[in-house]
Design a protein around this ligand. Structure first.
Ligand SMILES: Nc1ncnc2c1ncn2[C@@H]1O[C@H](COP(=O)(O)OP(=O)(O)OP(=O)(O)O)[C@@H](O)[C@H]1O
Ligand SMILES: [Mg+2]
Length: 502
């Protein structure tokens, strides 16, 4: 069976490929699976629905927004939960293995026992190479056959294409996807021609979503309560209350109420405009990104606003009335369209992409620049060397990966590579949203090839250095693998870019 699975910050949503339809899977009657991990002091873990069931039980601690940990994580990252340390990759694959089991046992997906699940999965457009590998590995370790990894807004673009193909005309073939979820914001400009979707450019804010509205609203409430007055579990309960009340706000709501009985106080009440005022700076940041995408549409410089069929709002936080209000104020009433299933648009789009009959194809681009800081001048100077520019066209799923090689003569005994992914390059330096990868050390000097203490060895200039080949393999999902080889002796090391300190 083929499924689109959107692993979200707050919810994980799955949709099935079913004869041209992509119904959302429900678990015990609910269309989403909570992205929660719970642990107790005895070292027991619960995931998803089971974690939600124990979240208020004494002795259990809950890890929310686990996805947010991924962009700062490497293969060795650990997470502390109820006094126990767990490797993050293990927690994640445990979480996804439970999802797989619940898809079989507690969902309406109609999966025969032991049937393999072919999955299309997604990551935020802005995700680092490390997050892409971690996510892919975790799904694979959990027993899914991952057949595609797409960027979330690109997937949502297929949901749009499936639903509103008729709005795309030869004159207006661009759609700007605005994806505001629980933890991330992405904007992607897509060009849609026939069944082909082409990503023109993407930008995003990695740590902005509905979770941040909850925090902003909690700030308002705590100002009323007196900030010092609450302990952690109470804060957690208040945050949940704020989230629930936020979700109940509709376009006609006038007042915002929050139940404060857990701190022995009367109901908190304020005008909904105060809530909007607390959240407006967050929404404004997303509006600024959209304006930026339209002003600087990557390589499609001929694009005009009149070529854009609309702004398509997806992601649960897109339901917040302030979002549509501010988008309409900035871009005009007619251009803003909200998905009828904002929380499920990505999963539905992923399923659409998997549907061979529908024949959709995607041309995706690298969402950030990749470059490397290198030692120069006997290690006393450092230069930044761009390798792959943002918006490089990626191979389509099923195609050969993109390979880039460069060769040069080594000038030092040890190569020290500090790879960086970033949203902009300004004056030849990484800028904007910058993700440093863990430094990579490579022995150019054959005598150092077995040395486990390379980090402690001094970098010295070396005139008799071998030729070095750097090979970059870029997958359709936008993850990058690097191999370094000395020539002619052929000593080689291959590694994936992992997150780490610069
Ligand atoms: N009616 C609503 N009004 C306001 N916010 C809402 C509403 N419904 C859901 N949300 C918010 O949407 C967010 C969850 O959205 P969604 O399920 O799309 O995110 P996600 O996919 O889990 O996260 P991400 O895509 O960032 O990883 C939560 O912050 C939730 O409070
Ligand atoms: Mg999402």
């Amino acid at each position: 069976m083929r499924l689109g699975i959107d692993f979200g910050t707050t919810h994980t949503v799955a949709a099935v490929v079913d004869r041209g339809n992509y119904p959302v899977v429900s678990f015990d009657g609910v269309d989403a699976w909570p992205s929660l991990i719970a642990g107790n002091t005895a070292g027991k873990l619960r995931f998803g629905l089971d974690a939600a069931a124990v979240r208020h039980t004494a002795g259990w601690s809950v890890l929310r927004s686990v996805k947010r940990l991924l962009d700062d994580a490497g293969p060795d990252t650990e997470v502390c939960l109820a006094g126990h340390h767990y490797p993050l990759p293990e927690l994640l694959s445990g979480f996804l293995a439970q999802l797989r089991s619940d898809l079989h046992r507690r969902s309406n997906a109609g999966l025969p026992k032991r049937e393999r699940i072919e999955a299309a999965i997604s990551v935020p457009a802005n995700a680092s190479s490390a997050q892409r590998f971690l996510t892919l590995d975790a799904f694979t370790r959990a027993g899914f056959d991952v057949v595609a990894l797409l960027n979330e807004p690109s997937a949502a673009g297929f949901e749009y294409a499936h639903r509103y193909r008729s709005t795309i005309t030869a004159k207006r073939e661009y759609v700007l996807v605005y994806d505001l979820g629980g933890g991330t914001f992405d904007a992607s400009l897509l060009k849609m021609t026939g069944t082909r979707n082409e990503v023109v450019t993407s930008q995003g804010i990695r740590h902005l979503g509905g979770d941040d509205f909850d925090e902003a609203i909690l700030g308002l409430v705590l100002d009323g309560v007196g900030r010092g007055a609450v302990d952690d579990p109470t804060r957690e309960a208040l945050l949940e209350e704020c989230a629930a009340r936020k979700e109940a706000i509709g376009p006609n709501t006038r007042r915002f109420l929050a139940d404060l009985s857990m701190v022995g106080q009367p109901t908190f009440s304020c005008g909904v405009d105060d809530v909007y005022a607390a959240c407006a700076p967050l929404v404004q940041r997303t509006v600024d990104v959209l304006a930026d995408v339209l002003r600087d549409p990557g390589r499609d410089s001929a694009l005009a606003w009149s070529d854009v069929a609309g702004i398509y709002v997806v992601g649960g936080a897109g339901n917040f009335p302030l979002v549509s209000r501010m988008l309409r104020a900035a871009f005009g009433d007619k251009r803003v369209k909200r998905s009828p299933h904002p929380f499920a648009a990505t999963a539905i789009g992923l399923a659409g992409f998997l549907d061979k009959e529908a024949g959709y194809t995607l041309s995706e681009r690298l969402s950030r620049h990749l470059g490397v800081f290198r030692e120069a001048q006997t290690g006393t100077d450092i230069v930044f060397d761009p390798i792959l520019p943002k918006d490089t066209t990626l191979p389509a799923e099923g195609e050969q990966p993109l390979v880039i090689t460069r060769t040069y003569r080594a000038a030092h005994n040890i190569g020290r590579f500090r790879f960086v992914e970033c949203s902009q390059i300004v004056d030849g330096r990484p800028d904007g949203d910058v993700t440093p990868c863990a430094p990579v050390l490579f022995p150019f000097d054959p005598d150092l090839q077995g040395d486990r203490q390379l980090a402690r060895r001094p970098v010295i200039r070396w005139d008799a250095g071998p030729d070095v080949e750097e090979r970059y393999v870029i997958t359709p999902g936008g993850a990058v693998e690097v191999s370094l080889t000395t020539r002619p002796d052929g000593f080689t090391r291959r590694f994936r870019l992992a997150r780490g300190a610069a």
